[in-house]
Design a protein around this ligand. Structure first.
Ligand code: SF4
Length: 191
């Protein structure tokens, strides 16, 4: 059981789903249907295996407990006289608090995850959020002042504008080691 604010995520619940692909073999479908969600978490690098998404299993539990899940948020930017709208999805909002589900929270990945949650908090105008690490049950609570969230939102909007409008400067940090474009982007010195 993972407790996030006053909600509970139960990884011992069976997956309870399968896809048409799994039904090519009844035993395969049976195994998946009865497998605890924690097995999916343990055995996959991504939160997807055999067509069943651990992520959505967890979100449906939060939904049953009154959270809004997959909450859409929009950001509008303008460049070169054109209006651009980018749409994102927040995993869940529970009692006005952002909840993001991750397979594993680590010190190395923390800067990216915390940035993401703060960006959602800024867009939704809430001051508290949490990152749930499914593999070990850790919950990282994230809080930010109005001033910090204002700065996060400005940076987010500016980075979208730069990315979309041909002014994509590098923002180098510890996250670069997880970036799939790192060899193209960074020269050996920087790495
Ligand atoms: S490697 Fe380059 S593109 Fe990737 S995050 Fe770092 S600076 Fe940005």
């Amino acid at each position: 059981m993972i407790k996030v604010f006053d909600k509970v995520i139960d990884l011992d619940k069976p997956v309870g789903r399968f896809t048409v692909i799994d039904l090519i073999c009844p035993k395969r479908a049976w195994f998946l249907f009865n497998e605890p969600i924690r097995e999916l978490v343990k055995n996959t690098d991504e939160l997807v295996v055999m067509g069943v998404e651990t992520h959505s299993l967890v979100l449906s539990q939060l939904k049953e407990q009154g959270c809004n899940v997959e909450v859409p948020v929009e950001v509008e930017v303008e460049c070169n006289g054109k209006r651009h709208v980018r749409r994102f999805r927040v995993d869940a909002v529970c009692n006005g608090q952002v909840v993001e589900i991750k397979r594993r929270y680590t010190k190395e990945l923390a800067p990216m995850y915390i940035w993401q949650v703060k960006a959602y908090m800024a867009l939704l105008g809430v001051s508290r959020g949490a990152i749930v690490s499914l593999s070990d049950g850790y919950v990282k609570v994230v809080e930010a002042s109005d001033d910090e969230l204002r700065a996060v939102k400005e940076r987010l909007v500016e980075n979208i504008r730069r990315a979309l409008c041909g002014d994509a400067v590098r923002h180098v940090g510890s996250w670069c080691r997880y970036c799939r474009y790192r060899t193209e982007c960074l020269n050996e010195k920087l790495m």
